[in-house]
Design a protein around this ligand. Structure first.
Ligand code: CA
Length: 365
């Protein structure tokens, strides 16, 4: 697969190069003031929150950079800096805002501390799936709100991938009813963590490198991560045999975010190439997650038990979520405004989804 991608990329790159040469030849004979940077070589520094070539997310952004280079005929080079090479993983937002680097690839939910409304863009418990989320962003007003809020930080965000539905996490003991959650320590971030807190869980935040050891030693009782493909790499099955289906991150999106001033200085051609390459990256990532999750699920060790959370817990989670959203809306006008737009799209989409996708999946069985 990789090799075929590379060949396609190279072939497209060659034709883009030829096209570019034509454009440059034309420019020499006409006086256009529209794209003054056209054809000029631009190099951008992009830092990520992932280790080098981290599967799916890291390789996704690696391919994005390759595609920008190929589509621009080599005039747009995006240099990828994995976490902690130029900037620590969770300082990429600030570093891009301050123009120490040009762009970053990360998850929106990490910046909840900057503005609580960002947690909605990151993904909502019991909310929109990846496809629905992207539809809201593009057609339902989400992008306008996101860009207006990020502009206050001198940032210009673009969707840079999505995980698809995430699993509910790994538990050392089976959860038979809501009461089994009381006092459990679980690694779970974002709004899902807030909901769990109301259900009696003690949500903790741990860096990726410490999760397995904490679970294995019993410092934590449970953890969520992503889905079978990436969870298997973390080895959680060895420490916690109960693997629960998801509810808290049905459609988390990732971002490729640029320093806004730097973005505005790019030529229209380069902006169009970045936009197209990020669209490609997002759909590729969703498909790659789906395929690799399906494979990894088949390959889970035999002792792993797939479970669905009990009904009394999910009923309580729905009530707790309403309380969390109401609390956050009272505290932040931005959160309230983004939530209203999100909920308006949810209400618009649900009746159609019920008679289309949901109905079909029920029929298909
Ligand atoms: Ca997660």
């Amino acid at each position: 697969m990789k090799r075929r991608h590379f060949i396609t990329g190279t072939a497209l790159g060659a034709s883009a190069l030829a096209l570019n040469a034509c454009h440059r030849a034309e420019e020499n004979t006409t006086t256009s003031s529209v794209n003054i940077n056209k054809g000029k070589k631009v190099t951008l520094k992009l830092a990520t929150s992932w280790p080098a070539h981290f599967p799916i997310m890291g390789t996704g952004v690696d391919n994005f950079a390759k595609r920008c280079f190929a589509l621009s005929g080599g005039s747009l080079e995006i240099k990828i800096y994995p976490k902690n090479i130029l900037v620590p993983a969770l300082q990429v937002f600030d570093a891009t805002s301050a123009a120490q680097i040009d762009a970053f690839h990360s998850g929106v939910y990490y910046w909840k501390g900057k503005n609580s409304a960002f947690s909605i863009f990151g993904g909502m418990p019991l909310g929109l799936t990846s496809e629905e989320m992207i539809t809201w962003m593009k057609f339902g007003g989400g992008y306008e709100l996101w860009r207006a809020l990020y502009a206050k930080f001198n940032l210009y965000p673009i969707i840079g991938g999505t995980t698809g539905p995430q699993m509910g996490g790994w538990f050392k003991k089976e959860i038979r009813s809501l009461t089994d959650l009381k006092g459990l320590k679980m690694r779970i971030p974002g709004l899902g963590g807030e909901v769990m807190k109301k259900l009696g869980v003690n949500p903790v935040l741990l860096p990726a490198g410490e999760i397995y050891t904490s679970l294995e030693r019993g410092t934590i009782d449970a953890t969520e991560w992503v889905g079978p493909a990436l969870d298997s790499m973390m080895g959680f099955a060895k420490a916690a045999p109960y693997y629960y289906t998801g509810w808290h991150e049905p459609g988390s999106i990732l971002e490729i975010t640029f320093n806004k001033v730097r973005w505005e200085k790019l030529s229209e051609e380069h902006k169009a190439i970045i936009t197209a390459a990020s669209e490609e990256m997002t759909s590729n990532m969703l498909q790659e997650f789906r395929y690799k999750n399906a494979k990894a699920l088949q390959d889970l060790p035999k002792h792993v038990q797939i479970k669905t959370f009990p009904k009394d817990m999910m009923d309580a989670a729905k009530i707790a979520l309403k309380e969390v959203l109401l609390d956050e809306s009272k505290k932040s006008h931005d959160f309230k405004r983004v939530l209203e737009s999100y909920e308006a799209f949810y209400a618009l989409n649900k009746p159609y989804d019920d008679i289309s996708t949901k109905n079909f999946l029920d029929i298909r069985g």
